[in-house]
Design a protein around this ligand. Structure first.
Ligand SMILES: [Fe+2]
Length: 448
């Protein structure tokens, strides 16, 4: 027992020495703290209690930072803005704010906080997203029909959850922390995912408004893209892939495994709007031979002639952004393109999309620019389980595993991704027709 607590104390010390940017919720650092003390189930004993208090304080700060970021993102939006659901894939801001709170209530507070009082018994039905094991739920396409509870009541719900979670972190018996902290952690990463959705969803809603309102007048819509001109070699051979155990990761990022990539190259930069204009000018959207069959059907059904949110006025291309309607910047990375469009563009360019394995190898070796923080990048990889993947038992096992069919993997992160939420092993996934996210591409080619 003595050696166990000494180990725990040493780990706490080393965690303290590392530059833990918890005030910005550096995900790696938060995960590192949990790993530092729970890596081999070495629970702290009495002589490490000072460290435990510090851990509790860190988790409280991390929790509140993420919760406040959600409210910061909602702050420019009126109660009316927060109700709108402009298509079934979009959720109202108010729903995001409530659902992320319900997640903590359902998976942390109800099972683990003694004497916790559920805020409202009807909220589980209203704000459960897709967790079948957590009970019946409201139909997703009808989320925009819910005017009550109103925005103020959701604010009160969030405050109720905040107080209860902070109380649990502060007061939970030390022996329970190995259970409590990992659930807090996944709840925070879950909330960060919804923070990105809040922006993409309100952009879609505002894009339906003929007055093209701005969410944020100062929104920087210029995003660097380097074009397809420069390709860098991919290191042929067998590589270790997936989450390496350092910090937090979702279950779909593991198990770590080996995979082979052949000789090839990958685009150093992202495809730009200027290059997309060439694709349009060269009849890209009207040449069936460039398109996958499902993609061609989509083009015709939807009348696609340009990326999402683009519109042509008096011979000039404009696009709807979170800063309102703006001229297309030819040097920015193209965004709001579907997998179908990305694939057709690659075909037109005589290239291909990288596989997710090629992307990860290139990213880890520092070969590519703008891997993070600009646009999510479509890969040609179907979203499926890594070898040996098993979803955990229970409702949280529904988080990722049950979606592993019919979707495509995107890598990197976007300008809307919260700080600390991106990593080389992250696997985002969407249906191939989706384009309301900040989705773009880089190209790849065979070296032969
Ligand atoms: Fe969710």
């Amino acid at each position: 027992m003595v050696s166990t607590s000494a180990t725990a104390a040493r780990r706490l010390e080393s965690a303290d020495r590392s530059s833990l940017a918890l005030d910005q919720l550096d995900a790696r650092a938060v995960g590192g703290v949990a790993d530092a003390i729970f890596a081999d189930a070495a629970l702290p004993s009495d002589d490490a209690l000072g460290g435990v208090d510090e851990l509790r304080a860190r988790w409280t700060r991390a929790f509140l930072d993420v919760r406040e970021e959600t409210e910061r993102r909602a702050a420019p939006l009126s109660p009316e803005d927060q109700i709108i659901q402009s298509m079934p894939d979009v959720s109202p801001t108010k729903w995001h704010r409530a659902h992320t709170s319900w997640f903590f209530e359902q998976f942390l507070l109800v099972p683990h906080a003694r004497d916790y009082r559920v805020f409202d018994q009807q909220f589980s039905y209203l704000f459960n997203s897709y967790y079948v094991a957590a009970g019946e739920r409201h139909a997703r396409p009808k989320r925009g029909l819910i005017t009550r509870p109103n925005a103020d009541q959701i604010t009160a719900y969030r405050s109720h959850i905040d107080a209860a979670v902070c109380g649990l972190i502060d007061k939970a018996p030390t022996r329970d922390l190995a259970t409590v902290f990992p659930i807090v952690e996944i709840g925070l990463h879950h909330e960060q995912q919804h923070q990105e959705l809040m922006l993409t969803d309100i952009l879609h809603a505002f894009a339906q408004n003929p007055t093209a309102p701005a969410y944020d007048e100062g929104w920087r819509s210029h995003q660097p893209g380097m074009g397809v001109t420069e390709f860098v070699d991919l290191p042929e051979g067998i590589h270790e892939l997936g989450h390496d155990g350092d910090g937090f990761a979702f279950d779909n990022e593991g198990p770590r495994h080996r995979a082979f990539i052949g000789a090839g190259r990958i685009g150093r930069g992202l495809v730009t709007n200027g290059q997309w204009l060439e694709f349009i000018a060269d009849a890209g959207y009207t040449t069936a031979a460039l398109w996958l069959s499902d993609g061609w059907t989509q083009v015709q059904t939807e009348g696609w002639a340009a990326p999402g949110y683009w519109q042509s006025r008096d011979g000039q291309w404009l696009t709807m952004t979170l800063g309102g309607l703006r001229p297309i910047d030819p040097d920015s990375a193209v965004t709001h393109v579907s997998y179908y469009e990305a694939d057709a563009f690659a075909h037109w360019a005589g290239k291909a999309l990288p596989s997710e394995i090629e992307w990860e190898v290139a990213c880890r070796s520092g070969r590519i620019a703008d891997a993070f923080g600009v646009v999510w990048q479509w890969t040609r990889s179907a979203y499926g389980p890594y070898p040996g993947y098993r979803a955990v038992a229970g409702a949280l096992g529904e988080y990722n595993g049950k979606f592993m069919v019919n979707q495509m993997v995107l890598r990197g992160s976007s300008l809307a991704t919260p700080a600390g939420h991106a990593r080389a092993s992250y696997r985002n996934f969407f249906y191939p027709s989706a384009r309301w996210q900040f989705t773009g591409l880089r190209l790849a080619e065979d070296r032969a």
